[in-house]
Design a protein around this ligand. Sequence first.
Ligand SMILES: *Cc1c(COP(=O)(O)O)cnc(C)c1O
Length: 364
Amino acid sequence: MGLASINEIIQRIISPQIRSLSAYAVPSSAGYIKLDAMENPYQWSNELRDAWLERMREANINRYPDPAAVGLKKQLAKVMSVPNGLSMVLGNGSDELIQMLIMAVAGQGAVMSPEPGFVMYKMLAKLLGVEYIGVPLQEDDFQLDMPVMLEAIKQHQPALIFIAYPNNPTGNLYHANDIEQIIQQASGLVVIDEAYAAFTDSSYMSRITHYNNVLVMRTVSKMGLAGLRLGLLVGAPEWIQEIDKIRLPYNINVLTQISAEFALEHHQVLDQQTAQIREDRTRLFEQLASFSEIQAFPSDANFILLRMPKDKAPQIHQALRDEHKILIKVLHGSHPLLDDCLRVTVGTPDENKAFITALGEVLN
Ligand SMILES: *Cc1c(COP(=O)(O)O)cnc(C)c1O
């Protein structure tokens, strides 16, 4: 057996599902205006950085981190207004929480999500060998197609439904009545993914206790701490207890625990930045809407979905990248409802201006 080639051994022991996937690709971005990944573009002041680094002196990197991250959870509960009596499990990004949730139901039923939606639901389900069902949204406004959604729930009885609220990559909030119906009809768990909570006033956090089958997921990534990799899942203690069994014991490292706790003590700084981004989103949307040849979709997140003239999206994306050093995301080709679509993250006022100017040139 020692004489088999690497490829032969791979064929034999790596499953076809995994071999058929491609790794999550992230292009290098040095020297570009980065408007492709929904990051908060703002840095901290030197004073705040110094105070943070001073706090980091406490880090005992020779020891394992607090496995329960008690201090950090308290801060998160306070800043995110988690209702009393609910529990929380933390993930290395909410991506890890999505993975834990799917692992928890593996073998018991399918994972379902409206599409186009966040790609990790499908990707992680496939990686874990769990059946995944994507249910198409309405074509014109990306709202839930309720007859189709309810029929899919009835037919497949999914163990787990992910609802991104607001949705990525479309940016919209679904109608509350529709979500209510899904929660009522679902025989399994409904996870409301509020990755963009900082950019909208709508949330299910205060309503979790109204239901038996709802968890709310948040992340600190989009609010300005993407580098830390920290997500949280909130719900009834009975649910969280089960999910917590799947968590690797020390999944939130010491540096992240200390840094996130510090950042949340100074959450006003992040609040101010995200409020600025919300304001700039309005301006950016108006400017985009003034281009007659493209369509901009209203957004409750920190990005805007755009539809380009037919068959032009890849070429516009490339011209922005190569001629103007601006990175945005191509969605064309990722789902039939996203034909000709691109997605731009709201940046600083200067970055947004550079994008608008460049787009104007590229469209001409
Ligand atoms: C970005 C994003 C996430 C992942 O966030 P991380 O905490 O950085 O892993 C989850 N859900 C949605 C809808 C997102 O857009």
